[in-house]
Write a protein that binds this ligand. Structure first.
Ligand SMILES: [Fe+2]
Length: 363
């Protein structure tokens, strides 16, 4: 049998009949070859180990090294299983498609739920059948076929200027579009996956027509053209360019704990809004998918078990000011208790409709 990987103009073939020592080096060989070919595509590529791993695991991670490495160090120490990681801001799913069944990757980590869904739709994933997962992770944060699971949660929330928006005045996403107030709104591009997710969630909560009206209403109240990242929206609220903005919940904690950014948060307070009385704050997840190319399901399963263990859950979430997905942490803070607990995949089926709606309303 032959692993065949197309890399741009190059084809790399690795025979499964190669001596054991060589087979153990396959991940490293593939990575270095593909890394060269994709160097310009991948914004950051860090190989955490260049040595050939003895029957180790390979993680493809859209999540950054500072979030993941401290946990993997613990996993390596506890289990003796070698783990290599390929970090990239983009291009990993495309790469998995090219590598096919010969991919060295066992699991995929992403903070973008839509990427996990995309990996599943591309046929790159397989069911995670682990008792530890069933015990730990609530079903609403798990793919219906268990191809991916949530590890941490983050709210897509609102941030208001304390000088211009009285506490309690805004408590529903729809207040942003309301003609009853004159609050100027800031947000990043409507077409960013974070906003597409929010719009999809809104469609699942209040329907397509009301969502279209909402987008139009928000658009009419923009304090400036959509631009920048989520942190830029919080800065704009702090600077008084807007009264209220949409951004993810963890950015507030990240900025407040950074001496260089804390000054941009001092006039800002977060709001965990609702759509209706029974529909809480929209929360995305960061998660892990088990890849079809995983060749040591036991080792991959042990890594997943580790990620859902209470200690790892707490450490992983804390590092980025997120909420652990583990059911034992549910409702432990007022903010977390505001997050919607309907299955995320119910909302995400509307993601294409969401983009169509955005394209219809926004030039
Ligand atoms: Fe983010």
């Amino acid at each position: 049998m032959t692993y065949s990987v197309s890399i741009g103009f190059r084809i790399l073939k690795i025979h499964k009949t190669t001596p054991n020592m060589f087979r153990q080096c396959i991940p490293a060989i593939l990575k270095s070859a593909i890394g060269m070919a994709f160097g310009s595509v991948l914004a950051t590529t860090v190989l955490t180990s260049t040595a050939c791993a003895a029957d180790g695991l390979t993680v493809y991670s859209y999540r950054q090294p500072f979030l993941v490495e401290h946990l993997l160090d613990e996993f390596r120490a506890k289990t003796g299983i070698a783990v290599e990681v390929l970090y990239a801001k983009k291009g990993l799913i495309e790469r998995l498609k090219l590598e096919g069944s010969g991919s060295p990757a066992d699991v995929l980590l992403s903070s973008n739920t839509l990427r996990l869904i995309e990996a599943k739709e591309a046929g790159l994933t397989q069911p995670i059948n682990r008792l530890a997962v069933e015990t730990a992770i609530p079903m609403n944060l798990v793919d219906e076929d268990r191809h991916w699971i949530g590890l941490t949660r983050r709210g897509r929330i609102l941030y208001a200027n304390e000088e211009t928006v009285p506490q309690g005045d805004i408590h529903d996403y729809r207040d942003l579009a309301s003609p009853d107030n004159a609050y100027r709104v800031c947000l990043r591009s409507w077409r960013h996956p974070y906003n597409i997710g929010l719009v999809a969630y809104m469609i699942s909560s209040v329907g397509e027509l009301a969502t279209e009206d909402w987008i139009r209403g928000v658009q009419n109240k923009l304090g400036r053209k959509p631009q920048g990242n989520d942190r830029a929206q919080i800065r704009a609220v702090n600077a008084g360019e807007c009264d209220v903005a949409i951004a993810n919940s963890y950015y507030f904690g990240v900025m407040q704990s950074d001496p260089e950014q804390v000054a941009n948060t001092l006039k800002v307070y977060p709001i965990f809004p609702r759509f209706t009385a029974d529909h809480g704050t929209f929360g995305f997840i960061s998660g892990i998918a088990l890849l079809k190319s995983a060749d040591d399901l036991d080792a991959a399963g042990r890594l997943i078990d580790f990620f859902v263990s209470p200690g790892a859950q707490r450490a992983y979430a804390r590092k980025n000011h997120e909420f652990p997905a583990h059911r034992m942490f549910r409702g432990m803070t007022n903010d977390e208790a505001m997050l919607d607990n309907r299955p995320l995949s119910n909302a995400m089926v509307y993601r294409r409709t969401a983009l169509d709606l955005i394209n219809r309303v926004i030039e």
